[in-house]
Unconditional design. Structure first.
Length: 279
């Protein structure tokens, strides 16, 4: 067996920076009621009006959200900003069920809870989130995909004795080919319903590292580490899109994050996956 242990060779890294808080989707508590309404966010909640801080006079809300306890038909009264925020978060959790069922549904609830109580701290060390990322990568190992490109280039270098896996030429070839592919994202059809489409969806930062490479008399194997980070936050460009603006879930999310009478901070989510490639 021929084994190469690298000091962790970075095969690829996105142009987006890790821990980048300068993007619009990481802004919070920066828009007034007038500014939010100018974006089309007039009907935010079916329970409460966040702009005048009173319950809506709509009996239908009590049938739509029976599990939101503590509110009765006599509750058409002013509420404090803290009470209003709690009601909006309860409604947000209820509405998330339309986008999150299956094996990752609990992850959505965890992320909403972190949004409410985490004060902007990074979210990570989640085995479920790491598993979802690993599942995404393993489902896209072949063909014109990121892992497929890495496997093809390793095969090419292994078959040519003049070439060496891990060399600068190798890394350059990998980076060049990956730049022509679409990096893995949670944007497949099933991600609209399994929770990943709203908890992560796009992935802001990705780094791909080759940890080691082993060559045998017949075949080879390599350990590839994928490190990723996304923003759990909404930007103006998000809420202006019809798929976001048409759903109350996202309207509530944007108001909780961006309304200057609230102070709920978006946060970065960190996750990773280790994939063993063979050829």
């Amino acid at each position: 067996m021929y084994e190469m242990n690298f000091p962790c060779e970075i095969l690829f890294q996105t142009k987006h920076r890790i821990n980048d808080a300068s993007t619009d989707d990481m802004r919070y508590s920066d828009l007034s009621a007038v500014e939010l309404q100018s974006l089309g966010l007039n009907d935010v909640s079916s329970m409460v009006n966040p702009y005048n801080m009173i319950f809506k006079d709509n009996a239908d809300k009590y049938f739509k959200f029976p599990s939101i306890a503590g509110y009765s038909l006599k509750d058409d009264r002013p509420v404090t900003p803290d009470e209003c925020a709690s009601i909006l978060f309860d409604e947000m959790r209820e509405l998330s069920g339309a986008f999150a069922f299956g094996q990752y549904k609990n992850l959505t609830g965890e992320m909403i809870n972190h949004f409410q109580h985490g004060d902007g701290r990074p979210y990570g060390h989640s085995a479920l989130l790491n598993r979802s990322y690993s599942d995404l990568l393993r489902a896209k190992q072949y063909g014109d995909t990121t892992l497929g490109v890495i496997r093809d280039i390793i095969n090419k270098y292994v078959s040519d004795r003049r070439k060496q896996v891990g060399s600068q030429d190798f890394i350059w070839d990998v980076q060049t080919e990956i730049s022509r592919t679409i990096l893995p994202k949670f944007n497949d059809f099933e991600d609209r319903f399994n929770g990943m489409g709203i908890t992560v969806h796009d992935i802001y930062f990705q780094r791909i590292v080759m940890l080691n490479f082993r060559r045998y008399q017949i075949g080879w194997e390599a350990d590839i580490l994928f490190e990723a980070q996304d923003h759990f936050g909404l930007g103006r460009e998000d809420i202006m899109k019809k798929p976001y603006q048409n759903f109350r879930f996202f309207r509530i999310w944007f108001v909780l994050q961006r309304y200057n009478r609230f102070s709920f901070k978006p946060f970065v989510t960190n996750f990773n996956a280790s994939i063993k490639l063979t050829g």
